[in-house]
Design a protein around this ligand. Structure first.
Ligand SMILES: Cc1cc2nc3c(=O)[nH]c(=O)nc-3n(C[C@H](O)[C@H](O)[C@H](O)COP(=O)(O)OP(=O)(O)OC[C@H]3O[C@@H](n4cnc5c(N)ncnc54)[C@H](O)[C@@H]3O)c2cc1C
Length: 574
């Protein structure tokens, strides 16, 4: 793993940073082009610590597909990591002292496509050994100290310190995967602020904290303890979900790790919960005691088993450019960092790595990749925007169970119908060759952005408490299992374009249903307080168009509005 570097070493690709993005990119490059000379330079010595290593422990469908199917890590995932039991959320109720009284969002049984809880130390150790076995030179315990980008065909020069000794490496392509160090981003002045300010603190406990034991209420226990769920599988254990304890302006994660530890993290909007309230272990435990007493009690019972404590201030940022025809690229958090709510960091990394492999492969084959580099750059930045609008300004909604359940279902449908479908089908590197799909992507983004604004407006006029309800997305919307499985349908190109168009039409229908149902609910509310907001919505051209599309499509494809009303009947719409 540690072969020394000579001063005149020249490789095809130098990957700067061997975290998950750099290691997976190196593996994908080598698998796509076995004779490519790839070197990864990583500051930390391997093996790294298990459990208490990094965040980025929960995966969703795209990252899971990337690791399992694109990179072929199925055996590692099945044997050394945990299968995740979906996303689960609990909304506030009565001081959060009884989990069974909180509105719960989550599935009853395993979803068809697996996702995983990742012990990042374990994964990076596996990837480090794996890339070395595939012929990548992995230089761990080396610190990159300089990057000299050269023009024309001259190789770029990377300087590193190797146990105090200075060494250099030359490379035709340089990929910055240095995470938050953002080596190239800083050097090239590519940082771009985003309109989302949030902070996080987290720690790992060497104990399996089990949310499933927080209540003995038989009905609550029975919800996921079933012989057959809606699509015929046995129920699952809540502990294996990525559990989110939601509240106004914050959420707390509980993620089980294969090493037996539990990752616990607080994420909060800086304007609602200043970081100074939870930026040390003592303060974080006190903060949990105030906002999430059941969680705090379980953690306090195992306080002597806390393994680490980390903080990240203002974790969200953008980037002006991630790929350049001057033979440099940024991937992972060396480029953009958005928000962990839906675990999308690993998804963006997976997309980015695929686009970089495409560009290096074509550039190496002598193709002029200037236009393609611009197109890939725009596509990646657009996708990160699509994710960003789901998080920015949305933390104030997090304690509103009705609005959030509808939003999470919308975001899930959007995710499976658009980026999920395209990523599983390997479409992103070729998207510029499918103008119809590009149009659909922009249409989906436009509707998605308006829906995000709509749920904010809805929350501002309707924040009534709810208790004890259970929202299983598959029961509320049985057809979404088709969207979920449809990602992995393996459709040929023409059928895929058609399926994408169908998915976008479905998005139009359910966005229209959301607007229609909320307006109907508020009109019939006992104390109508939303008069001017209703007027504004009724006069909005895009919302009007969506309401009309909904009415039309509902006739041939009826969808129950229970996903918007926490399963309750809407006043005048069946
Ligand atoms: C609070 C929080 C929670 C998150 N949770 C999730 C989640 O559940 N799921 C998810 O998918 N994503 C999550 N993310 C995002 C996730 O953490 C990132 O997507 C992922 O870890 C980024 O990986 P990376 O390889 O880009 O960066 P890193 O893993 O940080 O790797 C960068 C590497 O570069 C090395 N390096 C830096 N500087 C140098 C140097 N000078 N010389 C040599 N090496 C260097 C570092 O040692 C490091 O190993 C979360 C993010 C935050 C902020």
């Amino acid at each position: 793993m540690n072969s020394p570097t000579n001063s005149d070493d020249t490789v095809d690709v130098a990957v700067l940073g061997g975290g998950i993005a750099g290691l997976t990119l190196a593996l994908q490059l080598k698998q796509s082009m076995p004779d490519l000379a790839v070197t990864v330079i990583e500051r930390q010595a391997h093996p790294v610590a298990e459990a208490a290593h990094k965040v980025g422990e929960s995966s969703v469908e795209m990252q899971a597909h990337y690791l399992r199917d694109v990179l072929g890590l199925r055996e590692h995932l099945d044997s050394a990591q945990l299968r995740k039991f979906g996303l689960r959320m609990f909304f506030p109720s009565n001081g959060n002292r009884d989990i069974a009284r909180r509105v719960e969002f989550g599935q009853i049984e395993e979803a068809p496509l697996s996702t995983y809880q990742l012990d990042r130390g374990r994964l990076e150790n596996h990837l480090g050994a794996r890339i070395a076995a595939e012929g990548v030179r992995f230089l761990d315990h080396r610190r990159i100290t300089g990057i000299d980008l050269r023009a024309g065909d001259e190789p770029h020069v990377i300087e590193m310190s190797d146990g105090g000794e200075r060494r250099t490496l030359r490379a035709r392509w340089v990929v910055d995967a240095s995470g938050r160090a953002g080596l190239l981003k800083r050097q090239l002045g590519l940082a771009k602020p985003v309109a989302h300010q949030a902070n996080s603190s987290w720690f790992r406990v060497a104990h399996p904290i089990d949310i499933g034991t927080w209540s003995a209420d038989v009905d609550w226990v029975a919800r996921t303890d079933v012989e057959r769920g809606p699509y015929g599988r046995r129920g699952g254990a809540r502990r294996f979900s990525t559990n989110h304890l939601m509240g106004h302006g914050y959420w707390v994660w509980l993620i089980p790790l294969a090493s037996g530890s539990t990752s616990v993290g607080i994420v909060a909007d800086a304007r609602i919960h200043p970081h100074s309230g939870f930026n040390t272990l003592d303060r974080a435990l006190e903060w949990l005691g105030d906002h999430e007493p059941q969680c705090a009690a379980d953690v306090q019972a195992h306080r002597d088993r806390i393994q680490d404590f980390r903080v990240m201030r203002d974790y969200a940022y953008g980037c002006k450019q991630v790929y350049s025809q001057d033979r440099w690229f940024l991937t992972g958090e060396a480029g953009v960092s958005i928000d962990p709510l839906y675990s999308s960091g690993g998804d963006l990394m997976a997309v980015s790595n695929g686009l970089i492999v495409d560009l290096i492969g074509r550039g190496r084959a002598g193709e002029d990749i200037s236009d393609r580099t611009v197109a890939h750059n725009q596509l990646y930045l657009l996708l990160s925007e699509i994710w960003l609008v789901a998080y920015a300004q949305q933390y104030p909604l997090m304690g509103n169970s009705q609005v959030m359940v509808a939003k999470v279902i919308w975001d899930t449908i959007m995710y499976w119908s658009v980026p999920g479908l395209l990523f599983f089908h390997g479409t992103f590197p070729h998207l510029s060759e499918h103008p119809g799909s590009l149009v659909n992507l922009f249409r989906a983004f436009k509707i998605h952005s308006r829906v995000q604004q709509f749920v904010r407006e809805w929350h501002a006029v309707d924040d009534r408490p709810a208790e004890g309800l259970f929202a299983d997305p598959y029961t509320l919307m049985p057809f979404i299992v088709d969207l979920h499985e449809g990602m992995a349908a393996g459709l040929p190109a023409d059928e895929l374009d058609q399926q994408f168009a169908t998915n976008v039409a479905l998005l139009e229908q359910i966005a229209g249903q959301l607007v229609t149902t909320v307006i109907d609910q508020l009109r019939h509310a006992p104390e109508p307080a939303a008069g001017s907001q209703l007027e504004t919505w009724l006069a909005d051209p895009l919302l009007t168009e969506l309401r009309v599309l909904y009415q039309r499509r509902q006739e041939t494809n009826p969808i129950d509005s229970g996903w918007i009303t926490l399963g309750r009947q809407s006043p005048s719409i069946a």
